[in-house]
Design a protein. Structure first.
Length: 257
């Protein structure tokens, strides 16, 4: 795809369901790394918002203040039972490919008198999600972080194990970026309400769940071969960029001479 920049087999295109937001605009290119210092904190170290406790009156007041500060229709609403609903925005920053289900039937290029034939796809299709993909989710105050991950994977028909992913709380302070992995039981909408609508103060990011050493024995042979191809492409691209940079420096030096 020229817009989303994801890659898949031509016969598997019908399996891919993505909301393509079109080509990236100027200044939107993301190389997957933060431009400022990124600090990972432990999940056991709660943020200042996680420590805050609100009674019913304070929740109602916070919702009014929140709604007065946003410039869209993504309001929060207080329910009669004391819970509340609202929207969170999650940015997907995945560096590895994801897989879609192989149970769907896709049309082949051969067509008979009765119309196009279909055949089952026997293996999963892997592709990269477009860089900078963002999703808005309408959730409840008691919706857990693990449920947000499940909902995101369903929206993109991703069949990978949800434990491979983690929801992170991202904040900017003093020109540094702080990331904190949310525990499964934490409530993202509650954090959103306590932090306010500012994306710099608090935003949510879906990333790979780095739990330590990779257990390569847990992957199938096709997956391992696919990883090798991905590593080769990444290595070739890195070498190309290095050569281009040194060639540019060499040219500048020759011009100075």
């Amino acid at each position: 795809s020229p817009d989303c920049s994801f890659t898949c087999h031509y016969r598997c295109r019908a399996l891919v369901r993505l909301d393509c937001s079109g080509p990236l605009g100027a200044g939107q290119e993301d190389d997957g790394a933060e431009q400022v210092l990124e600090k990972d904190t432990n999940v056991d170290e709660p943020s200042e918002w996680e420590k805050t406790e609100l009674d019913q009156a304070q929740v109602e007041q916070r919702i009014k203040e929140y709604n007065s500060q946003i410039n869209s229709n993504l309001f929060m609403s207080l329910n009669k039972d004391g819970s509340y609903t609202g929207f969170i925005k999650v940015q997907l920053k995945l560096v590895r490919p994801v897989s879609v289900p192989a149970t769907k039937r896709v049309p082949t290029l051969q067509a008979g008198r009765t119309g196009p034939r279909t055949q089952g796809v026997k293996r999963r299709t892997s592709f990269y999600l477009p860089k900078g993909t963002v999703k808005h989710l309408h959730i409840l105050s008691h919706t857990r972080a693990s449920e947000v991950i499940d909902a995101l994977l369903r929206k993109f028909t991703v069949v990978d194990n949800p434990r491979k992913f983690a929801l992170f709380e991202r904040s900017e302070k003093d020109e540094q970026v702080y990331l904190r992995k949310l525990a499964d039981e934490e409530q993202p909408l509650r954090l959103r309400l306590l932090a306010g609508p500012s994306e710099k103060v608090l935003s949510f990011v879906l990333k790979e769940n780095e739990t330590g050493e990779v257990n390569w024995d847990a992957f199938t042979l096709p997956e391992l071969h696919n990883f090798l191809r991905i590593l080769q492409r990444e290595e070739e691209e890195h070498v190309r960029r290095l050569r281009h940079r040194y060639a540019h420096c060499r040219q500048k030096m020759q011009e100075a001479l």
